[in-house]
Write a protein that binds this ligand. Structure first.
Ligand code: IMP
Ligand code: MG
Length: 182
């Protein structure tokens, strides 16, 4: 059932499930026998992380990091701040960043630069969604789920003003929702 605030479903629950399984299969090949640290970028990537890890054959270590660039707006401010750091040391470890979406690329560029200073053995990036046409900063993504158009989307972890993360699909909000005071 479509939420009343959603104008259009961009990616259905079934299509997300299929894609996540396909991505897990590739990761299972690439990380076979390894114990990488999966760095989940809070909060948007947690739904993706939870579905992905349940299809992994290797033993990942989970850690979380929180950065902010948006401050409740639908456009990037261009300023990335570290809000919460990792618990684990990543020195000499294989690290895989798990992110919900890459848009301007500023967040992932910042994270990559920051984590590389800690000397991991390897550092790769896995994103569910890629708004390729919005890129401001070049960033190489190793694993991508869907390339999507430049539309602000919610659901499957993605929020608007901290809402709609629980929706099992990815959708676009009705325009009047952005104008309403939350
Ligand atoms: P970037 O730094 O512009 O690449 O933006 C990355 C971050 O902005 C993501 O981790 C999301 O938290 C947020 N973001 C970008 N586009 C969307 C969107 O369409 N919906 C919800 N959050 C988004
Ligand atoms: Mg995010």
């Amino acid at each position: 059932m479509k939420h009343p605030d959603i104008k259009e479903i961009l990616i259905s629950e079934a299509d997300i499930k299929k894609k996540v399984s396909r991505m897990a299969k590739i990761l299972n090949k690439d990380y076979k026998g390894q114990k990488p640290i999966l760095v989940s970028v809070l909060k948007g990537s947690v739904v993706f992380l939870c579905d992905l890890i349940r299809e992994l054959d290797f033993a990942p270590v989970l850690d979380f990091i929180s950065v902010s660039s948006y401050a409740d707006s639908t456009e990037s401010s261009g300023v990335v701040r570290l809000l919460m750091d990792l618990r684990e040391s990543i020195v000499g470890r294989d690290v895989l960043i798990i992110e919900d979406i890459v848009d301007t690329g500023l967040t992932l560029s910042y994270l990559k630069r920051n984590l590389l200073t800690r000397k991991p053995k390897s550092l790769k990036i896995c994103v569910l969604l890629d708004k390729k046409e919005c890129r401001v900063k070049k960033i190489d993504v190793d694993y991508t789920g869907f390339v999507i158009p430049n539309k602000y989307c919610v659901g499957y972890g993605l929020d608007y003003c901290q809402m709609y993360r629980h929706l099992p699909y990815i959708g676009v909000l009705k325009p009047e929702i952005y104008r309403k005071p939350q």
